[in-house]
Design a protein around this ligand. Structure first.
Ligand code: MSP
Length: 643
């Protein structure tokens, strides 16, 4: 039988800058759902990509003196690498600069124009470039963008308009008769009350004041408004209106568009109106999730509080970060991000609860049975409850996953993890192990632990794609038939011939105080970006030539009395010997300096530091607290000139 299709999308991201952990949140959620549906036997199409046109991108590229395409190419590579490190299993990555996409957008624009739903006029109003949104005077808040609070620009230009107002009543009717269309429900009320019922105005859908966009084919001075361009990605990626539209026929209408709450408006008003105008079916659901916030406020580069997901994945692994994102924030609501809550979650849920369950189970099986697991079992009074709980958990997880309540699914799974840990305390295997005739009971207890872990490893797989393999390796599970979602429906399918492989701890406990400091340092270092160099910041070659640099060999070195950061060195520079004081005592002992060939500034005016004469300066590189002296690569006599 053909598999049922399931189509899920993330928004396509602006590659105006590197993405932060908030962006990863949407993508991890979509990936979790895509993996879950694949495990449930669906033919999944998971789409993500980048939204590359528009004034914002043109501006940043201009500022850097490169073409917008070159600018986005770099960031798109970075984004793809991010998704790889986070195990994002997308089926297609669309770029709005893809030729096929550009052609589809041009066709859509033309079709809407031919149908009379796009007409030419002139636009006068306000534009927020960071949000790529038009606003009327009335919509502004204190003269600023009502969405992001940043200044807006006055725009007056010839433009094409889409007859959005024509679809107002149809949209209201559709939303009211399709409860599942906008989720969660609060967002539905927001759309109806704040936007649709007060009345829609026609939407400006072309721009003439900049160039970085898809040209309107029949009027080349215009480029297509970036949101019309971007929204079309959901169908252009499927080959809509091309010769190869099988995917469109198979996957459209989309099952769910996952989007952040601030762009629900574009997806539930503009997008369905466009589809109505094209005569195409509407998305089955648009789910507007909340934001990952920092101290209650949105993460943003201008606030300097963005969290780089690559740094986190590097330190804790993709599974831990994915788990945190999906567990900490109830899908639909905002959730606060702090380094501390992240580490606490990893320690309590992953290292303590799951990690301990795995290592205790494996260690006890190894210790009490080695490679000869007993197949004669004797039941305990606690068995039934843990068996039933495992099966009920599967049902509960399925139920909440259908509603995209990721966090609830993890709560259910962790209730099972904790209940299984409690079963160890109830049955006390270490006591059973002391008596030979209790061995069948002991084997039964350990089997229960291993079987629950097998089921848990399957339930967590959509969220944490790497951990299940590690658990199964340690439990010695190799039969793929008992790794499927279907196999969780029946308790007791694990073979009684258990042979474990004790391995590394799957989630080592993190020393929170030490780690918080190191993580903060790493995050600060990651934020340091190359400064923009202005004309007046450059020095000429003559300026540089004024600095005399020579190779010197340290022949003597001592601490400076009463100054814990200073060392005083005698340095041989050709035939002469100089005394130089340097602030390197925290990084080098005097003994370590002797014999080093360093680079010395020899024409600095001599000074006294803490009363000690210093006739020059030793060059050193430093990053935060880390300091190393600059030496020469290769053998060269002291006194050699450095240029
Ligand atoms: N390019 C548009 C989307 C076009 S879709 C046809 C866009 N891009 S974006 O890069 O600014 O944002 C992409 C997604 O990331 C949005 O859904 C947005 O809500 C989400 N997030 C950005 N910051 C976020 C958090 N701090 N937390 C959660 N999601 C966040 O909008």
């Amino acid at each position: 039988m053909a598999k049922k299709p399931f189509y899920i999308t993330t928004p396509i991201y602006y590659p105006s800058d590197k993405l932060h952990i908030g962006h990863s949140y949407t993508t991890v959620a979509a990936d979790t759902m895509a993996r879950y549906k694949r495990m449930r036997g669906y033919d999944v199409m998971f789409l993500t990509g980048t939204d590359e046109h528009g004034q914002k991108i043109e501006k940043v590229a201009n500022k850097q003196g490169i073409t917008p395409k070159k600018y986005v190419d770099n960031i798109v590579d970075w984004i793809k690498d991010l998704w790889k490190t986070m195990d994002i299993s997308y089926d297609k990555f669309i770029r709005t600069t893809d030729k096929e996409h550009e052609e589809t957008v041009q066709k859509i624009f033309k079709e809407l124009y031919d149908k009379g739903d796009i007409y030419k006029g002139s636009y006068e109003g306000w534009y927020c470039t960071p949000c790529e949104s038009f606003f009327t005077e009335r919509q502004l808040e204190d003269g600023k963008c009502p969405d992001c609070g940043r200044p807006v620009d006055k725009v007056k230009e010839e433009a094409y308009f889409f007859k959005l107002s024509k679809y107002q009543d149809k949209l209201i009717e559709y939303i009211e008769s399709h409860e599942e269309f906008i989720q969660p429900k609060t967002r539905q009320n927001e759309m109806l009350n704040n936007f649709l019922r007060p009345g829609l105005e026609d939407l400006c859908v072309s721009r003439t004041s900049f160039e970085w966009g898809i040209p309107v084919e029949f009027d080349k001075g215009h480029v297509v408004y970036v949101w019309l361009d971007a929204l079309s990605n959901y169908i252009s990626a499927l080959g809509y209106s091309s010769d190869n539209d099988e995917k469109y026929k198979k996957y459209w209408p989309v099952d769910v568009h996952l989007v952040g709450k601030e762009i629900v408006r574009f997806h539930t008003i503009i997008w369905p109106a466009m589809l109505m105008a094209l005569g195409e079916p509407l998305p089955k659901q648009v789910f507007g999730h909340g934001w990952l916030v920092i101290n209650g406020g949105k993460m943003s580069k201008s606030k300097g509080n963005v969290v780089d997901p690559k740094i986190l994945v590097d330190r804790y692994g993709s599974d831990s970060i994915r788990y945190f994102l999906m567990r900490e924030i109830a899908f639909g609501q905002d959730g606060n991000f702090t380094n501390e809550t992240l580490i606490q979650r990893i320690n309590s849920d992953l290292a303590n609860d799951l990690g301990n369950l795995v290592s205790r189970t494996v260690a006890m099986i190894k210790k009490y049975f080695g490679d000869e697991f007993l197949t004669k079992f004797e039941a305990t009074e606690y068995d039934k409850e843990v068996e039933e709980m495992a099966i009920n958990t599967v049902e509960k997880v399925e139920d909440v996953m259908e509603q995209l309540f990721f966090s609830d699914a993890l709560v259910e799974i962790w209730n099972l993890v904790r209940r299984t840990n409690k079963y160890i305390d109830e049955t006390r295997p270490w006591v059973l192990a002391k008596e030979e005739d209790k061995k069948p009971e002991l084997a039964n207890v350990l089997y229960h632990l291993a079987e629950n872990l097998r089921i848990i490893s399957i339930l967590i797989e959509p969220f944490m794609p790497n951990t299940p393999k590690l658990i199964r390796e340690q439990l010695g599970i190799t039969d793929e038939g008992i790794m499927t979602w279907e196999s969780t429906k029946k308790w007791g399918t694990l073979s009684k011939d258990i042979k474990v492989n004790q391995g590394n701890i799957i989630f080592p406990r993190i020393d929170i105080t030490k780690e918080l400091n190191e993580l903060e340092e790493a995050q600060k270092a990651g934020k340091e970006e190359p400064k923009e160099v202005k004309e007046e910041d450059y020095i000429s070659i003559d300026d540089f030539a004024k600095v005399e640099l020579k190779v010197g060999e340290v022949i003597e070195c001592n601490k400076v009395e009463g100054a814990d950061k200073l060392l005083v060195s005698k340095i041989k520079i050709g035939t002469e010997v100089r005394q130089i004081v340097s602030g390197i005592a925290k990084s080098y002992s005097p003994g370590e300096m002797i014999g080093k060939k360093v680079i010395v500034v020899t024409n600095l005016k001599p000074v006294k530091l803490r009363g000690v004469l210093s006739e020059g300066m030793i060059l050193a590189a430093s990053l935060k607290k880390n300091l190393v002296v600059a030496t020469v690569d290769g053998d060269i006599n002291s006194g050699a000139v450095v240029r």
